[in-house]
Design a protein around this ligand. Sequence first.
Ligand code: ATP
Ligand code: MG
Length: 334
Amino acid sequence: MNMSVPMPVTLDVGSDGGFAVSVRGLAKRFGEVKAVDGIDLDVARGAIFALLGPNGAGKTTLMRMLATLITPDGGKASVMGHDLVAQPHAVRASIAMTGQFASLDDDLTGRENLLMLSRLLGFRGRAARARANDLLAEFDLSDAAGKQVKSYSGGMRRRLDIAASLVVTPDVLFLDEPTTGLDPNARQAVWRMIRAMAAAGVTILLTTQYLEEADQLADRIAVIDHGHKIAEGTSHELKSALGSGCLHVMLADPRRIEDAAAVLQAKLGLAAQAGVADASLSIVTRTAAEANEAVGALIAKGIELAAFSMGSPSLDEVFFALTAQHIGEVRDDV
Ligand SMILES: Nc1ncnc2c1ncn2[C@@H]1O[C@H](COP(=O)(O)OP(=O)(O)OP(=O)(O)O)[C@@H](O)[C@H]1O
Ligand SMILES: [Mg+2]
C-alpha cells in the first residue's frame, strides 16, 4: 500500500518502553460484570497484535478503553507514550478505530464519503480529492467509488469503513472484528490491507473470534477469556506451550463419546473437544508417544475406533485446551 500522507513521527519513547500500546492492570466493570478484569499487554510498534477470545470475553471493552471511548475503573495504559486518562487528546490524535466512522452516509457514494471526511480532517481542494482517490485505489474500491454506499456489499462497506479510518494515517489502528461476516474472498482482501498497513509502519491491534485470522495475521496473540488474559505469545509459542500435536479419533460407536472423552482427559490431563462429526474427538498432546498411549487406553476400555490420526493443533484446538484449562483452574480455586 502506498501511504500518501507522511507517517507521524513520535520522538517521545518515554516510560512506555517504546511500545505502541502498554497496558497494566486495566479493568472495567459494568454492574456485576467484570468485563475486563486486570489485563496487562505490551504491543510493539509496527506489530500486528490480536486479541483472541469468545463472545463476551472483554475484547471490545478493552479496545474501547484504549480508544478513550470509555473510562477504565482501574489500572493504567498508554498509547504511543501518552497516558490514557491524563492525556486522552494526545491518545486520540495517534489512533483510529473502525466503527468510529460507522456513520458512513449510505446515500452518498464511496468517493463522497471519503471526500467529506478528508475535508473535515483538514485536506483542501485537490489534496482532499487526491486523498479520497488514493484510498479508493488502495482499498480496491475505485470501480465502486461512484455508487451509493447503500448498494455496497458487506465486504465493500467494511473496506470503505477501514479506508475512512485511515484518511489521516494513524500511529495505531484498532480494528474490532474486521472480518466478521465476510466471505473468504473479502476476508482475504481485508487481510492484505491489514498487512500492507503494518508494512507501512502502522501498529495494529485487532480483535477476532477467528483463530485462523489471528494465526494468519498476528505477530503476537493474547487470548482473552472472562476479562482475563489467559495466554500470550506468537501463534507458534501458543501451540507449542500446550503440545506439539493433536490427536483426532473417530469412534465406531457415537454413544461411547462421553466415555472416550473421559478416558482421554484422564490420560492427557486436558479436555477433549468434540469434533464436527458426532463421533469424533480431538485433543492436544505433547508427544506422539502420549497420543499412542491415549489410543491404547481407549482400546483397553473397549472403545472401538473407526479411525484416528495425528496432526498439528490448530489455534482452535489450542484455544479450546487453554480455556478448558482455565475453567479447571478457576474451579480448583473455589
Ligand atoms: N455497555 C455495557 N453495559 C453492560 N455490560 C456490558 C457493556 N459492554 C459490555 N458489557 C459486558 O461486558 C462483557 C464483555 O463484553 P465485550 O463486548 O467487551 O466482549 P467481546 O469480547 O467484545 O465479545 P464479542 O466477541 O461478542 O464482541 C460482556 O459480559 C458484556 O455483556
Ligand atoms: Mg466485541
